[in-house]
Ligand binder design. Sequence first.
Ligand code: PXG
Ligand code: PLP
Length: 438
Amino acid sequence: MIAAQHDLQAYWLPFSGNRQFKDSPRIIVSAEGCYYRDSNGRKIFDAMSGLWCCGFGHNRPEIAEAVNRQLLELDYAPAFQFAHPLVIDLANRVKEITPAGLEHVFFTNSGSESVETALKMARAYWRKKRQPDKARLIGRVKGYHGANFGGTSVGGIEPNRLPYGELMPADHLPHTLLPENAFSHGIPERGIELADALEELISQHGAARIAAVIVEPFSGSAGVIVPPQGYLQRLREICTEHDILLIFDEVISGFGRTGASFGADFFGVLPDIMCLAKGLTNGAIPMGAVVASETIYETFMDDDAPAYMIEFPHGYTYSGHPVACAAGLAAMNIFEQEKLADRARELAPHFEELIHGLNGAKHVTDIRNIGLAGAVQIEPISDEPARRPFEIALACWEKGLYVRWAGDTVCMSPLFISEKQQLDEAFNILSDCIGKVA
Ligand code: PXG
Ligand code: PLP
């Protein structure tokens, strides 16, 4: 049963057209495997892993049982000045799973908090090193780094910034969406020189004034923008040469989405700091983490103040929450035991073939993919670039397929446990709905 319209008014939906939603609500009541069920009893194929976060399968009993057990064992422990066994175990698991060189794990409750944590960590690091002027933060046009003030400031999606007036000072590298790379399969060939824009910012401000560069290994929210061949390596070289920290925001790209464990592994580039969330608990309980290099951690610990004094005055009431840790440990077991990054990598060529099969469809101006993430860019209707993607995604929903509309694209990030035949059916529906949109 759909909630009666007046029942919906109290609820203010995040990042949504509230008015349209309340006119025709889409209520999800349960999930299983790769499917949702809505309030009309319809079964819907989840081609987005929720919001890029449930790749290991919905309603995993291992996670549910671990969470249930933990709630009866230790519901909460103070995060500041105390620890509990699971947070120590999970820190070790995350350290082991993330690339060698990232050694110390700071817990948060979301991707947005991971970004704030990483940005504050980067600034405080340079102050600890007695270089307080090294404070500028550099993001990238079309980047998404969550919804909080720091992340919005380094973020580069204009509609997410405009309503808020003055943000934190930040510079933005150009995005890497080049027309000559349209319809690239996987990593585009051209555009490595776009990384050299960092050199220009360095000559403008001086490396002595720049704390960190933050980028997503591939941009998710802006519609799966995959960096050109060699681009991230080049950014890494420039950062190393000029002693600037490189932060990878792996909130979407982490935990298997690219077909490797992390974007850092996929591209073979090691950042100084990595931001995580989503897949860390398979989306079941909110949780994020920031993983830092040995050098960064040791710089904070190398302090003349007495040992009981706080080295990094930052953290959240729910940092390392016991119940989230229980979910995280169960999710990491599933991720490793079922080799889900490999499963994503094995399914990726089929996904690539299907998504590029939409080349030539009406209104389609670009198709991009990496691992199990893909976007179909749709020709805008004059000043309403989001209208066609919205209409396509709604038509898909009506036919039992959940895809995401974001800006001028339709996005997909299917679960790693999807079957080929399920993807075939999903793309049949998507193709049909693209063909029918005016
Ligand atoms: N960084 C990146 C790279 C993200 O993709 C965040 C930070 C923020 O995480 P939280 O947990 O605070 O939402 C994200 C989140 C979409 C979409 O489809 C993307 C995200 C979240 C919801 C929807 O564009 N990315
Ligand atoms: N606002 C007030 C008044 C608080 O006391 C706290 C935490 O103690 C916060 C905000 C931050 O909340 P959290 O630690 O859950 O992020």
